[in-house]
Design a protein around this ligand. Structure first.
Ligand SMILES: [Zn+2]
Length: 227
């Protein structure tokens, strides 16, 4: 469902966090297999865990009964703008994939695939800088530079950087889903912040947006192309 609001303006002046490599005291994780991804069907390639956020260290996202928030998506399948969705259970650390399997022919060549799981890294969250907030047109473009190929490609809470019309999501229970995080991309030629070797976090000129219904522990991942 679309809402007609601008991609920049004072309503997007809300600061959030950028995921950066952390140390042993960090509470959040990039990649890894701390959550088990289950599905009713054979999922190949499988979705992977991108981030596991420790909500005890994220006071803006205090949710009753939800202490961890897993953010997962299928990086090894070209789904275009098709939504991905899953439900998670904090008690069992299981993630139930609800979207269908990757259609044949939509997978990259084996040598181009991301490792499953992604390498696990400790993550800290640094505050977004003023130029990473799309509070006006000039800063919208600087926020895009950070989100697409810059240091701020993994945003948590705060204002999203929309590449096209702002997205909205309504859960199957009828409640509005809250925007919680987004993934832009890294550019090749420079070492990845989180991955090993020459691979960078890039699946195409697009961004992914994570929406949460806390009552259902359900996450929907929507995407937008950058052109
Ligand atoms: Zn719901």
């Amino acid at each position: 469902m679309m809402r007609t609001v601008e991609k920049w303006g004072p309503h997007l002046e809300q600061s959030g966090w950028i995921a950066v490599p952390g140390d042993v005291f960090s509470r959040h994780l990039f990649g890894g297999s701390s959550w088990r991804i289950l599905s009713g069907a054979e999922l190949s390639p499988a979705p992977c865990l991108l981030l596991s956020l420790d909500l005890k260290a994220l006071p803006e996202l205090r949710l009753d009964g939800v202490s961890l928030l897993p953010l997962a998506l299928n990086l090894n399948c070209d789904l275009g703008e098709q939504a991905q969705e899953y439900q998670f259970d904090v008690r069992t650390r299981q993630l139930h994939w609800l979207s269908s399997a990757c259609p044949a022919g939509h997978q990259p060549a084996p040598e181009e695939r991301f490792p499953e799981p992604l390498p696990e890294r400790c993550v800290s969250l640094r505050p977004m800088q003023p130029e990473e907030l799309p509070g006006d047109e000039e800063r919208y473009w600087s926020a895009c530079d950070s989100f697409l190929g810059g240091a701020g490609f993994l945003r948590v809470l705060g204002a999203p950087v929309w590449l096209a019309e702002p997205l909205d999501a309504v859960c199957v229970c009828g409640q509005h889903m809250r925007y919680v995080a987004s993934l832009g991309y890294e550019v090749s030629g420079e070492p990845s912040v989180f991955l090993e070797g020459e691979q960078v976090l890039f699946v195409g000129e697009m961004a992914f947006y994570f929406f949460l219904c806390a009552d259902c522990c359900r996450v929907r991942v929507l995407s937008q192309p950058s052109s």
